[in-house]
Design a binder for this molecule. Structure first.
Ligand SMILES: Cc1cc2nc3c(=O)[nH]c(=O)nc-3n(C[C@H](O)[C@H](O)[C@H](O)COP(=O)(O)OP(=O)(O)OC[C@H]3O[C@@H](n4cnc5c(N)ncnc54)[C@H](O)[C@@H]3O)c2cc1C
Length: 635
């Protein structure tokens, strides 16, 4: 590629997570000189693999084992991050997964390390494992069947059919609502509502209320009452749309540890690009200073090995701050950042952010096992576990050669578990009466979680999970106070909290472009189409930041491509009608026609809510002539 000289001389990227690496990649491809700064010593941030040294049960030797911060899911609606992965070369000979006998050679891209995870399962004790199939064929019929399956997965003995019908109808309402209604805050808009309010959660039976609450928390560390309707609706719809894709690329996982199969090759690639991307690890950024006269960021400071360094930001240099929101808040809270914060309202928003409202604890734990317990080829959700657990068997995707490369063949299974609730429900086994964050030892957390999982997998007297594991590793970001240093022992501390989305938050969130010409923001908390703190959102935000920088350099022809999540074209017609209604200040047509209001009296049985909707079309008096015809066409 021939690169034109850039007006910006040097770009300083703060943070080597997915957002920072994406920004560096896009910039280097466009000929910018880039240096990335990170407080850690490896790339990837929350997506990076950790490598603890463990003594596996019954063995004396220490083994270096791979452990994910939390397992990595790549649903098929991810396009930005996959687009980046398909531009990172992967040298198969360097992989622990390479077959030494066959002398594997050659390059692929890291995107080819993704494997389809075609199934997902819902596991509850003494109930047969509920498998959610991932391919439903055609679009519209598929959507309705997928909705039916998701709602009956939630459906429990005590849930009425009116519950599942309400759930289906509200999902359909969301799917057929225009973007403006979803985004905005105000009368008949969803942006300011919780998912609970949108769903009419108070009309559900208590059992179903519990199901709706816990299911969402098990996936994204937010519950229906605390989570924004827009975020949960948009992402929930994408996940349901995924269910009726052709089944080949639905959910994907990497075929080995994220750092080996993706992040380290990415760093190597960036280091060898021309111009090369430089990395400064162990550098914890502490403040960013602003020169009011020049209206530019003038310098930033970082600490490394207890020394403080100042990096001047030259006249033509730019800064992309790709730090997580809590770290960015700390940086902006330093007096040296005062001038900067006063200059831009989004920076003030970050400095004043209520961390307990906008972030939650969510982290991973790995169990190393003597044998693999795959359960399904995909992810498993345990909605009834107090600490809201989900899991995936890594071994089935990583393959035997990886398992041989670590733990000398002793370990044949890795169950990777996400813990989505550290703050609400008490443990009931080893940590009885304690919230997860109240535990003062990782061992207690590990034993409690294993007992919760075994209980969920219990059928009669037997559990599908073995009684004992060979070893475990809890995310390094969870820090436990030493009982020797402090008494009484305080709660654990999480240095890597997960960004969540309360009602009304979308429009409040900062955008990638700030009012300061040489400062851009990237990270999973920045406003994007993706609208959920994910690797996809982080990647998209970095593309936005780079585009802002390119526009600042007046090189608009060279913008990064940004992929917005797509929805089936079948819904467009009704969404267009909904846009009309919304502009006229009306609610969604299901509400205009009284369908939502009558749902509690809907006839039981399959398709009841949908049949009711279609029936109501015929009697609709409240809407203009076009709408009933449209809805009939839709059904
Ligand atoms: C348990 C768990 C499971 C998850 N599972 C998935 C999943 O399956 N799929 C998915 O898409 N997403 C998942 N996510 C979310 C996803 O990992 C994050 O949204 C994404 O990785 C965030 O990337 P980022 O670059 O915005 O931030 P980060 O990953 O937080 O990167 C920020 C970087 O900044 C560095 N940093 C922090 N402070 C400073 C400082 N002062 N100075 C210098 N550097 C600093 C950090 O070391 C880090 O490298 C999960 C998250 C968690 C917590």
């Amino acid at each position: 590629m021939i690169r034109t000289p850039r007006k910006s001389k040097h770009v300083h990227v703060l943070g080597a997570g997915i957002a920072g690496l994406t920004a560096a990649h896009e910039l280097a491809e466009r000929g910018y000189c880039v240096t990335v700064y990170d407080r850690d010593h490896a790339p990837g941030g929350k997506a990076a693999t950790q490598y603890p040294w463990l003594r596996l049960r019954g063995h004396t030797k220490l083994h270096r084992m791979p452990a994910e911060h939390g397992f990595r899911l790549f649903p098929s609606f991810y396009r930005n991050v996959i687009h980046t992965m398909s531009r990172i070369p992967f040298d198969r000979t360097r992989s622990a997964n390479a077959n030494p006998d066959r002398q594997e050679r050659g390059y692929n891209t890291v995107a080819e390390n993704l494997l389809a995870a075609p199934w997902a399962a819902m596991v509850r004790s003494n109930i047969p494992v509920r498998i959610i199939p991932r391919a439903y064929g055609d679009k519209l019929g598929g959507f309705l069947r997928a909705l039916e399956d998701v709602s009956t997965s939630l459906h429990f003995s005590e849930a009425s059919s009116a519950d599942t019908q309400r759930f289906q109808l509200k999902c359909l309402q969301f799917a057929t609502s225009c973007r403006e209604r979803r985004d905005q805050v105000g009368p008949h808009a969803y942006g300011g509502l919780s998912w609970w309010e949108f769903l009419g959660g108070d009309h559900l039976t208590p059992r179903f209320q519990q199901e709706v609450e816990t299911f969402i928390r098990t996936m994204v560390a937010m519950d229906a009452r605390g989570g924004n309707a827009r975020t949960i609706g948009n992402v929930g719809m994408q996940l349901i749309f995924d269910l009726f894709s052709d089944g080949s690329g639905v959910d994907r996982v990497l075929n080995g540890p994220s750092s080996e199969q993706w992040l380290e090759p990415w760093e190597r690639h960036l280091r060898t690009m021309m111009p090369r991307v430089g990395f400064r690890y162990g550098a914890a950024v502490t403040s960013i200073s602003y020169d009011r006269a020049r209206r530019r960021v003038s310098c930033f400071e970082y600490e490394e090995d207890h020394h403080r360094y100042t990096v001047p930001v030259g006249e033509r240099d730019c800064v992309i701050a790709a730090l997580p929101v809590d770290a960015m808040r700390a940086v902006l809270s330093r007096p040296a950042s005062d001038e900067l914060v006063n200059e831009d309202p989004s920076l003030t928003w970050i400095r004043n952010i209520d961390v307990s409202r906008y972030t939650a604890w969510m982290s991973g734990i790995q169990y190393y096992l003597e044998r693999d317990v795959p359960i399904v080829r995909g992810h498993v959700y345990y909605p009834e576990t107090p600490w809201k657990l989900s899991s995936v068997s890594q071994a089935q995707f990583w393959g035997p050669r990886f398992m041989q490369a670590y733990g000398a063949g002793i370990c044949r299974g890795i169950l990777s578990v996400d813990i989505c609730d550290w703050e609400h429900n008490e443990g009931r086994h080893r940590a009885v009466g304690l919230l997860a964050r109240e535990c003062n030892e990782p061992k207690v957390v590990a034993q409690e979680i294993w007992a919760q999982l075994r209980e969920a997998h219990q059928f009669g007297e037997r559990s599908a999970l073995p009684e004992r594991y060979l070893g475990y590793h809890l995310d390094d970001s969870i820090l436990f106070a030493s009982p020797i240093q402090s008494y009484p022992v305080p709660d654990a501390y999480n240095r890597s909290r997960y960004f969540i989305h309360p009602p009304g938050s979308h429009l409040e969130r900062p955008q990638a472009r700030t009012t300061i010409p040489n400062l851009f923001l990237a990270g999973d908390y920045v406003q994007t189409n993706t609208d959920l703190a994910t690797m996809e959102g982080a990647n998209e935000s970095a593309r936005e930041a780079v585009n802002g920088l390119i526009e600042h350099d007046h090189l608009d022809g060279d913008l990064c491509e940004i992929f917005a999540p797509s929805e089936p074209a079948e819904f467009d017609y009704v969404k267009e009608l909904d846009r009309d209604l919304f502009r006229r200040g009306e609610p969604h047509l299901f509400e205009v026609m009284g369908i939502t209001q009558t749902i509690d009296g809907a006839p039981p049985g399959r398709g009841g809510a949908l049949a009711l909707a279609a029936g109501a079309v015929r009697g609709a008096q409240l809407v203009g002539e076009g709408l009933p015809r449209a809805l009939e066409r839709f059904f």
